[in-house]
Design a protein around this ligand. Structure first.
Ligand code: GLP
Length: 261
């Protein structure tokens, strides 16, 4: 696991955008894993700006989102398909239908989850997965207790996650759905490169477990310690509880420029 600590969140967004740009330069038809939540927003801003300047193109790329609420009406602004459309897809040049997500309004939920896994496999798997992390250590919507080998399935959101996400629903806890569909930890682990972003003090405990804690379903993101190419991009506040912070800083400072993340 590579840990990069930077005082400027904008620099972290540049690093993630650079990784996507390098990937698209190598493989214009790459499959990219997209995350919702506030953490990746500055990366999407950066990608939109680069696309507007003609520096990169998603025209041949494909995208898969991580998760979706169950039961939100199709025209709800916080449906993750709508969110990713608003935050990224409509601002770059993805081909129509190139970005898809789990179907939270499917009549047959298990069939929709199996179809989503199959769609990712048929596309050749995810090359680079953008991730955030919840304050309780969840990635996508894999809440504490999730199987470390799980695949796309329905999950019940924890009270904490619903409280955290109420800000997207006018602060109304009751408006936050109770269930979601989410790629499993096993699904996410199959991506070839994981780039996780975390900023702010509220993430410090989850980041401490993610990077230096014991691998445990209690802190689902810790499974990423088993990933051969996981990059964790942190600001100072999110990195505040890391014991080896100075070693991570020293390592990144001495890294050859050609290596990327
Ligand atoms: C939600 C999403 C996750 C995201 C997490 C953190 O629960 N399902 O994918 O990582 O929130 O969100 P934020 O980046 O807004 O802190």
């Amino acid at each position: 696991m590579e840990v990069v600590i930077h005082s400027e969140p904008a620099a972290l967004a540049q690093m993630a955008a650079d990784a996507i740009a390098d990937l698209l330069a190598r493989r214009p038809d790459a499959v990219i894993g997209l995350a919702t939540g506030s953490s990746p927003l500055s990366v999407y801003d950066e990608l939109a700006a680069r696309c507007a300047r003609g520096e990169l193109s998603f025209a041949r790329a494909r995208g898969f989102t991580l998760d979706e609420y169950v039961g939100l009406p199709v025209d709800h602004p916080e449906r993750y398909r709508t969110v990713i459309e608003r935050e990224l897809v409509s601002r770059v040049d993805f081909a129509p239908g190139a970005v898809t997500g789990p179907d939270g309004s499917a009549a047959d939920i298990p069939a929709a989850c199996a179809a989503y896994e199959q769609a990712i496999r048929d596309a050749g798997g995810v090359e680079l997965q953008i991730l955030g992390i919840g304050t309780d250590g969840h990635i996508a919507f894999n809440e504490p207790g999730s199987s470390l080998a799980s695949r796309t399935r329905i999950k019940t959101l924890t009270h904490q996650t619903r409280v955290d996400n109420a800000r997207f629903f006018g602060g109304e806890l009751d408006a936050v759905p109770t269930h979601c569909l989410t790629q499993g930890l096993g699904t996410i682990m199959a991506a070839r490169h994981i780039v996780l972003l975390a900023t702010g003090t509220a993430k410090a405990e989850a980041v401490h477990h993610l990077v230096e804690g014991a691998v445990s379903a209690l802190w689902p993101a810790t499974i990423l310690q088993h990933h051969p190419h996981a990059t964790v991009l942190l600001d100072e506040a999110a990195a505040a509880r890391l014991r080896l912070a100075s070693y991570y800083r020293q390592t990144y400072a001495g890294k050859p420029a050609w290596q990327g993340i």
